[in-house]
Write a protein that binds this ligand. Structure first.
Ligand SMILES: Nc1ncnc2c1ncn2[C@@H]1O[C@H](COP(=O)(O)OP(=O)(O)O)[C@@H](O)[C@H]1O
Ligand SMILES: C=C(OP(=O)(O)O)C(=O)O
Ligand SMILES: [Ca+2]
Ligand SMILES: [Mn+2]
Length: 662
């Protein structure tokens, strides 16, 4: 933003900066006869203030001439197309018990002059007068695919806790929930999903029935239709053009609309013209709770997925990540049906076209390590691996910001600018400088930005088959080596285990690390049994000759409390050596218990840290901790011992043998 030096939003009267308004002379110049060399522009072409304001905005020009869209071979007018779009939105918002969609109208209700042509409700049947509700008598204004600038204005005007930070990002608060609520995520169990999905112990798919889904859907839709305006985003998922999914997000907050604008793939104006009916719709009524007397509800939060109806309903949580990760779950169902593997991983590509995947649970480094100034970023979190290579599902990144530092992560730092949603951060009240070390609201502070905000993003976000598959674990026990080379069976063992150990809540003194095992490094999002994804991964890695690696981005020199987190600079060197192929040629030795192959030397990393035992002053404590972790792995894997991985029973046995041995 141009600074005028006046501060506090006052206008500057510096002549050079004047943009068009004639100078108002309140006093006569000293010498009336001297020709006034006033360089001010000609007067504005407006007679009234209203006219002046109407000049400020011009109609946006489409990048290509609007073609006449065809419906069943018949050309339709622009007016007709607009009408169809509103009908589609009205149908999306239709109550299921009152037969009609709401009366929807495009545009901001605050701008009365713009209130345009009225969209007649869609009548499936002549509506009995008795069925009319209050919300059926009013108009619901639709703010359709607004631009970031418009969404900023909406947020700042109407949503408490919205501010522009000094770098131009939109700071918001997500309310009472500052992270996902996996225990409140439910999936409708019906004929479609009964046999296909993973149900029961360990599964993230907590069941609900169709009827309960419809109750929550009605609650969300009634809430949304009772509002004066709702935001509608029509966008895409998946950069693979043959497997692109059309999603519609209906939400009540500009924050949610901007978040999804950034996170999903943004359609061009031409693509939006032909958008038609969405493949999947989210109803985000996050400000409104679910009813705890409703069957299945265990809290006031509910995130409900109905695969048959292709709908998701959000009640009682405003955490925006719920939408992104909810859709990811849907992709974990839709893609494997098409023989495409969906992956909770980051992905980047070198100059030579070498692709790497980064798997890992939250906070293990997918976003940080896939954002690499020397490589092209394909995506930071959600990908597909098809017979043609990899594709990003999303159009944006969602970076953790806690302790973010410009020097360590310059690309992420620079992406936090105008258009970026900055969740739950604390900033200095006047200058609006963000303090990234401040955890007052939450430790899970986040930035959501379009992927092109990263300078070396690979657009379109697709790439060839991966050469390296990197499994990230943040091991707060400090016993896993900084890097190990894995054979295929070990890769599968660690992929199915999905280990990380984090330390929650650091305030009240030193805490024991807790091990988390999350199958496929994303059990919260998978829909099928983990072995289904594992079998696909094994098949693809084998076919394309990818190498597996286990990288510990966590502790060294002791567990949390006595050791310290491995320096990001060292982890980057390790990753560089994987990408370049240098690490493949290194000399290796095998570790005790986990039987991992570790390099004896690696450029830019002190050799002594490569074997964790060297970094622990207390060798007995090291051995005890190693055995403890080995035991936790073993216990976790018990549930998988009765499953066959793919059609290859040899592989299944090899995988079972690839775990810790003691
Ligand atoms: N050695 C390391 N490797 C990777 N990340 C590290 C390391 N040390 C500290 N970090 C920090 O850990 C966090 C990793 O988070 P992030 O990349 O967002 O994880 P994910 O995308 O997997 O959820 C970042 O805040 C990063 O700065
Ligand atoms: C959005 C999330 O992803 P991640 O932490 O893996 O970046 C999340 O887990 O809420
Ligand atoms: Ca995650
Ligand atoms: Mn991430």
């Amino acid at each position: 933003m141009a600074s005028n030096g006046a501060g506090n939003g006052e206008f500057s009267f510096d002549n050079k900066r004047r943009i068009g308004l004639p100078k108002i002379q309140t006093q006569k110049t000293e010498d009336e006869n001297v020709v006034c060399h006033d360089d001010s522009a000609t007067p504005v072409k407006a007679q009234t203030l209203d006219e002046l304001h109407s000049l400020q905005k011009k109609k946006s020009a489409p990048t290509t001439p609007i073609k006449s869209p065809h419906v069943f071979g018949v050309a339709v007018s622009e007016e007709e197309r607009q009408k169809q779009q509103l009908q589609s939105i009205s149908a999306s918002l239709a109550s299921l018990t009152r037969e009609t969609g709401p009366k929807v109208v495009k545009g901001d209700p605050a701008r009365q002059a713009e209130t345009p042509k009225v969209q007649q409700p869609v009548h499936h049947h002549p509506t009995p007068a008795l069925n009319i509700s209050d919300s059926g008598l009013k108009f619901t204004h639709i703010l359709y695919n607004l631009s970031p600038a418009e969404l900023y204005e909406q947020a700042i005007k109407y949503e408490k806790g919205s501010f522009i930070t000094s770098s131009g990002a939109l700071a918001t608060l997500s309310g009472a929930k500052t992270g996902r609520s996996p225990r409140d995520k439910r999936v409708v169990r019906d004929e479609t999903t009964e046999d296909d999905l993973w149900w029961g112990k360990g599964s993230p798919n907590i069941e609900m029935d169709e009827q309960t889904f419809l109750i929550n859907r009605e609650r969300a839709v009634d809430y949304l239709c009772s509002l004066e305006k709702v935001f509608v985003n029509d966008q895409f998922l998946n950069w693979d053009p043959n497997n692109r999914i059309k999603v519609r997000i209906v939400s009540a907050r500009a924050y949610h609309s901007l978040f999804m604008h950034n996170m999903c793939i943004r359609p061009t104006p031409e693509e939006l013209e032909d958008f038609g009916t969405p493949d999947f719709t989210i109803y985000n009524a996050g400000q409104f709770p679910c009813n705890r007397y409703t069957h299945y509800m265990t809290s006031s939060t509910s995130i409900d997925i109905n695969l048959a109806r292709r709908e998701m309903v959000i009640l009682g949580t405003q955490y925006a990540g719920e939408m992104k990760k909810g859709l990811f779950g849907v992709m974990h169902y839709l893609m494997p049906k098409r023989q495409i593997l969906s992956l909770h991983s980051g992905c980047n590509m070198g100059k030579e076209g070498d692709v790497a995947l980064f798997f890992g649970l939250s906070g293990t480094g997918k976003t940080t390590l896939s954002t690499d100034h020397n490589r092209y970023l394909i995506g930071d979190d959600e990908h597909c691996w098809s017979d043609h290579g990899v594709s990003n599902i999303e159009g944006g990144c969602y970076a953790k910001c806690i302790d973010l530092a410009r020097e360590k992560e310059p690309d992420i730092w620079n992406a936090i600018k105008f258009g970026t949603v900055l969740e739950n951060v604390v900033f200095e009240e006047h200058a609006r400088e963000v303090d990234y070390t401040d955890k007052s609201v939450t430790e899970n502070t986040r930035a959501a930005y379009p992927i092109e905000y990263i300078p070396n993003a690979k657009i379109p976000c697709v790439g060839p088959h991966p050469k390296n598959v990197i499994l990230l674990a943040c091991d707060a026990f400090g016993v896993l080596p900084p890097v190990s080379k894995l054979n295929l069976a070990q890769t599968m063992y660690h992929f199915i285990s999905g280990y990380t150990a984090l330390v929650a809540g650091t305030e009240d003194g030193i805490k024991e690390p807790t091990a988390t095992f999350s199958a496929c490094f994303g059990a919260a999002f998978i829909m099928l049994h983990p072995t289904k994804y594992a079998a696909m991964l094994a098949e693809k890695m084998q076919k394309h000759g990818a190498t597996g690696w286990l990288v510990n981005t966590g502790w060294s020199g002791g567990s949390y409390g006595s050791g310290s987190r491995i320096k990001l600079a060292y982890t980057r060197k390790i990753i560089d050596a994987i990408h370049s192929g240098a690490l493949l040629k290194a000399e290796y030795k095998k570790t005790e218990v986990f039987g991992l192959e570790i390099p004896t030397a690696l450029e830019g990393v002190p050799s002594e840290i490569l074997d964790p035992v060297n970094t622990w002053p207390d060798k007995k404590a090291h051995k005890d901790t190693l055995l403890k972790l080995g035991g936790l792995f073993r216990k976790n894997f018990e549930v998988f011992t009765n499953y066959k991985i793919g059609s290859d029973s040899n592989l299944t046995e090899e995988i079972l043998a690839a775990g810790p041995n003691f």
